[in-house]
Ligand binder design. Structure first.
Ligand code: TLP
Length: 359
């Protein structure tokens, strides 16, 4: 089934995000029969198994289950840093852009955003940004990377790019946190093991609730000592859950059954990108279409992104306005090749209408 009921009950193709994916039948079945216990007391066997499986899949010692990626990132920041520290991150990083300023509000941290290229940081620029030991300066406490990079359009960082930044940070005694909400998309796109992408980082956050289709949940993985600090931070943030095994059960299915199929989402995004590239009135940089996202500009049509999105919605296609002139579309398990063609036709119709009105 690819047609979704929209908020207003019209059938629609929902390309707003891969977070809209619903649990699979196997997930519902696993949730119904999951052995559970009190996870704050570390007595939920299903959560414990999920944490072990996730840590092993990313090559780390231990894992910790969270209700959201935002909370897992924030707990990682709290566990790595002290109040007043500076955090180096890419200027459009999710942690900086979309997490309600949690690093400053809850962590007392100062962001140091650096411009990136396709989401990648220049190791030399990171080296330059690390503060010398001087009473005037905040202490540089952490460097963050994001793979895949959401606002750059779902672009991937290679293991080499990650390692180059890690080496600069580690040389100064600073840890590296990787927001790997979609690290499995990156691994599939690069044809490598997710462990290779995670290896240079001291901690990694991975989401189960996006393309992997679990209803809820993200994990933080790292060394045993780090995870114990993050456990305290999770409690502080209100993320200590009780019989969370009902959620973790779906997460196990996500890791076991849903990773390889991400390749299909990537093929559909590519198809969508190619279709959009041929439409007068919109512009897409195909170099950024590397995983399951397509970002395109509506500027040539003269129609601003929020209005473009509203007109797409009237045609049964849901997308997200990223800023004044850019729209993001995300492919996922509920989007077929036929849906991609329908969505591209809707973009063409809206763009043609806008260009016609401009004459
Ligand atoms: N991203 C969401 C929105 O918040 C924008 C989306 O639709 O893409 N890191 C990255 C790289 C993310 O893309 C997201 C979610 C998160 C962290 C936060 O995860 P959640 O939504 O579980 O808090």
């Amino acid at each position: 089934m690819t047609q979704q009921p929209a908020v207003d009950a019209q059938p629609c193709i929902d390309l707003r995000s891969d977070t809209v994916t619903r649990p699979t039948e196997a997930m519902y079945a696993a949730m119904a029969s999951a052995p559970v216990g009190d996870d704050v007391m570390r007595e939920d066997p299903t959560v414990r198994r999920l944490e072990e499986v996730a840590a092993a899949r990313l090559g780390k010692e231990a894992g910790l289950f969270f209700p959201s990626g935002t909370m897992a990132n924030l707990a990682a920041l709290l566990a790595h840093t002290r109040r007043g520290d500076e955090v180096i991150l890419e200027a459009e990083a999710h942690i900086y852009y979309y997490e309600a300023g949690g690093l400053s509000v809850a962590g007392g941290l100062m962001p140091r955003p650096l411009p990136g290229h396709h989401g990648a940081l220049d190791p030399a620029a990171v080296a330059e940004a690390i503060r010398p030991d001087d009473v005037h300066f905040p202490r540089t406490g952490l460097v963050c990377l994001e793979n895949t990079h959401n606002r750059a359009g779902g672009t991937v960082l290679t293991a080499e790019q990650t390692r180059a930044v890690a080496e600069v940070a580690h040389a100064a005694g600073i840890p590296l946190h990787l927001d790997g909400a979609r690290i499995f998309n990156a691994a599939i796109a690069l044809g490598c093991d997710a462990r290779d992408l995670a290896a240079p980082a001291d901690s990694v956050m991975v989401s189960l609730s996006k393309g992997l289709s679990a209803p809820v949940g993200s994990l933080l993985v790292g060394s045993r000592a780090f995870i114990e600090r993050a456990r305290r931070a999770r409690k502080l943030l209100g993320g200590g859950m009780r019989q969370a095994g009902v959620l973790a059960a779906a997460g196990l299915v996500a890791l076991e059954q849903m990773v390889d199929r991400l390749a299909e989402d990537h093929r559909h995004a590519r198809l969508l990108g190619e279709r959009l590239a041929a439409i007068p009135g919109v512009a897409v940089d195909l170099a950024t279409v590397q995983t399951n996202m397509v970002r395109f500009s509506t500027r040539p049509s003269g129609l601003e992104a929020p209005e473009f999105v509203a007109r797409l919605r009237a045609r049964g296609v849901l997308a997200g306005a990223r800023d004044r002139w850019n729209i993001r579309m995300v492919t996922h398990r509920h989007i077929s090749a036929a849906d991609v063609e329908t969505a591209a036709a809707a973009v063409q119709a809206v763009a043609t209408e806008a260009l016609g009105a401009a004459i």
